[in-house]
Design a protein around this ligand. Structure first.
Ligand SMILES: C[S@@+](CC[C@H](N)C(=O)[O-])C[C@H]1O[C@@H](n2cnc3c(N)ncnc32)[C@H](O)[C@@H]1O
Length: 412
């Protein structure tokens, strides 16, 4: 390895690595989420470029995910994750020296960081469903000197019983559910950190066992390639304009795609909510609030072409909160300057199709409730219960039923 962990190295990889970590640290302080110093030391130590052979040093030390595998349609199926996201999740995980850790979704880099964090008394096992990924993880881990990390080819849905129990389980792929193997293979007092898809939104949760259910101690916005294999999620994509604009529906309701045919071609209703979002966004709590407020919650997606040609003006083209009902739909519009020249933006809603006025009004109305009652609050408590838990034993809140679990969002 090049350079000392705590002093900027004179070598190019070391210099670039320290610059990358400085940037991550500055942003985490700015967002009032100071990074665990142990995670910082690990980030300063592990040579990320050795996990990205064939990429330039600049690519290896930019704070972006690097896609390493794509499917037949060009969609990413594997990547070496974004360093800032890796840092956030390690912070949520709290691995300590001596811990036994299971990582689901391999890339090599995060496993090496975990190896630094658990030290020689601990152990790290990383598993992936894709043989090319495990082969690359094995060879890069060996080349970087992390030959103690075990690499396993298997579907993470079932965990790894032969190595259980684990003090920590970290999932680095977009899970739609928490399969029983994960809590089942967790040691007492253990913690699972996993991205969980909730009605199309993804949050990295830090879950701990409490009696017969799991409680999330922290939730962070994130984006991950979707889980493959047995745990693949059922997603409904409703085209609104060929492949250019669509709605993504996850965790119900059942929307008949035919009911939305022609809706986008109907005149657009614009509604200004009066909510000053300030200079920032997105707001994790706002999205979760809207997802818990409407059975017809979904996400609107659009290509840059569709946005450029004015077909839609979403807040985020990759997936903007939306509501579909009765053949019409409403969605959160691109942030609207409160006053020209200011960096403050208003929450606006656009809607099309039957009932567009009413949909826009209800969507803006719920955003106002969030602004008034929850914006400055701690956000929802997320709990995960076995699928056979009857309603009367669930906490009060919005329930999302999955295959193995019932996830409840309880708003204070
Ligand atoms: C974002 S990458 C992992 C990044 C990695 N942890 C790193 O160090 O940067 C997600 C990985 O999850 C894997 N994956 C998808 N479904 C899986 C499953 N059911 N079990 C195990 N791995 C899976 C993919 O093949 C992909 O390599």
């Amino acid at each position: 390895m090049d350079g000392d962990a705590n002093t900027p190295s004179a070598t190019a990889p070391g210099r670039l690595r320290h610059a990358m970590v400085d940037e991550i640290l500055a942003r985490s302080t700015e967002h009032d989420r100071p990074l665990d110093p142990r995670v910082e030391t690990a980030l300063r130590t592990v040579p990320r470029h050795l996990f990205l052979p064939g990429r330039t040093l600049a690519q290896a030390y930019a704070d972006v995910p690097v896609v390493t595998r794509t499917d037949a349609h060009g969609a990413p199926t594997s990547s070496v994750s974004q360093p800032a996201m890796v840092a956030t999740m390690l912070d949520q995980l709290r691995p300590r020296p001596g811990h036994r850790v299971l990582e689901i979704g391999s890339g090599g880099y995060n496993a090496a960081l975990l190896s630094e964090l658990v030290g020689p008394a601990g152990s790290v096992t990383t598993m992936d469903i894709d043989p090319d990924v495990t082969a690359r993880a094995r060879s890069t881990l060996d080349a970087a000197g992390y030959d103690r990390v075990e690499v396993v080819l298997a579907d993470g849905e079932f965990g790894l019983a032969r190595r259980a129990p684990f003090d920590r389980i970290i999932v680095t792929v977009g899970a739609w559910d928490i399969p029983p193997a994960w809590p089942g293979q967790l040691a007492r007092g253990g913690r699972i950190v996993t991205p969980l898809r909730l009605r199309g939104l993804t949050r990295s949760l830090a879950l701990e066992q409490e009696g017969d259910h799991l409680v999330s101690r922290s939730d962070q916005m994130c984006g991950f390639v979707p889980m493959q294999g047995v745990g693949e999620s059922p997603v409904l994509r409703i085209p609104l304009h060929g492949a250019q604009v669509g709605l993504v529906v996850e965790d119900g309701p059942v929307i008949d795609p035919a009911s939305l045919e022609g809706a986008l071609a109907a005149p657009r209703v614009d509604l200004h909510s009066g909510i000053d979002l300030g200079p920032a966004g997105p707001f994790s709590g706002l999205d979760l609030w809207l997802a818990s407020a409407f059975p017809g919650f979904c996400l609107l997606t659009a290509t840059p072409w569709a946005v450029g040609h004015g077909l839609v003006a979403p807040a985020w083209s990759g997936g903007t909160p939306a509501l579909a009902e009765g053949g019409g739909f409403a969605y959160q519009g691109a942030p609207w300057p409160v006053d020209p020249g200011t960096a403050r933006f208003e929450f606006v809603v656009h809607a099309h199709g039957p009932g567009a006025d009413g949909l826009a009004a209800r969507f803006a109305g719920q955003a106002r409730v969030w602004d008034r009652d929850h914006r400055r609050g701690p956000g929802p408590v997320l709990t995960v219960h076995p699928a056979d838990t009857p309603d009367e034993r669930l906490p009060a809140g919005f329930v999302i039923d999955k295959r193995h679990t019932r996830v409840v969002l309880t708003w204070p």
